[in-house]
Design a protein around this ligand. Structure first.
Ligand code: FE
Length: 194
């Protein structure tokens, strides 16, 4: 059985940027529904014993969609922290080197998140060799399927922002930056570099 990972903070922790009600729905209903659906789809098959990563790399269709949405959401929750903050050290050096400046990186990532048509995810990824890139993935898309290592993601499905920001996706993206967990991004960056 696949299980819904607990949030790494309380339901109130990200308020006022992301409200308790948003987290109740986004984690407790949407994320939970992907877990329930994957359990239903894999019941009695060998995939029951596979890891989410194995399923994402091998499967397609509804099984891929639900597994990738589980992984993407778990990763997304870890990309947020009530403390917020700024990147430092090697990560900041790499962001400056790849995007000219941290502000430029933020602008490009925000544009990718704001302009993604329909539902999906904006990602900061590391390519093999260490080059950093911003990519858009529609629906349940996950950059691991193309050999890139995810470092940071922003969920731009409407369910992520409609309770707090209605149709104003750019306002939600502004709030996302106040909550970005740079320690998490740094950890992903270090393991991607090897
Ligand atoms: Fe979501």
């Amino acid at each position: 059985m696949f299980e819904l990972p607990a949030l790494p903070y309380s339901l109130d922790a990200l308020a006022p940027h992301f409200s308790r009600e948003t987290l109740e729905y986004h984690h407790g209903k949407h994320h939970a529904a992907y877990v329930a659906k994957l359990n239903e789809l894999t019941k009695g098959s060998p995939l029951e014993k596979a890891t989410i990563e194995e399923i994402i790399k091998k499967e397609s269709g509804a099984i891929f969609n639900n597994a990738a949405q589980i992984w993407n959401h778990t990763f997304f929750w870890n990309c947020l922290t009530p403390q917020g903050g700024m990147p430092g050290g090697d990560l900041l050096t790499a962001l400056n080197a790849n995007f000219d400046s941290f502000d430029n990186f933020k602008t490009q990532f925000s544009n990718a998140a704001a302009t993604l048509f329909g539902s999906g995810w904006a990602w900061l990824v590391a390519r093999p060799g260490g080059k950093l890139e911003i990519v858009q993935e529609s629906n349940a898309g996950n950059p691991m399927t193309k050999g890139a290592a995810p470092l940071l993601t922003c969920d731009v499905w409407e369910h992520a922002y409609y309770i707090d920001y209605r149709n104003a996706r750019p306002k939600y993206i502004e709030a996302f930056w106040k909550l970005a967990n740079w320690k998490w991004v740094e950890t992903q960056w270090r393991s991607a570099k090897g």
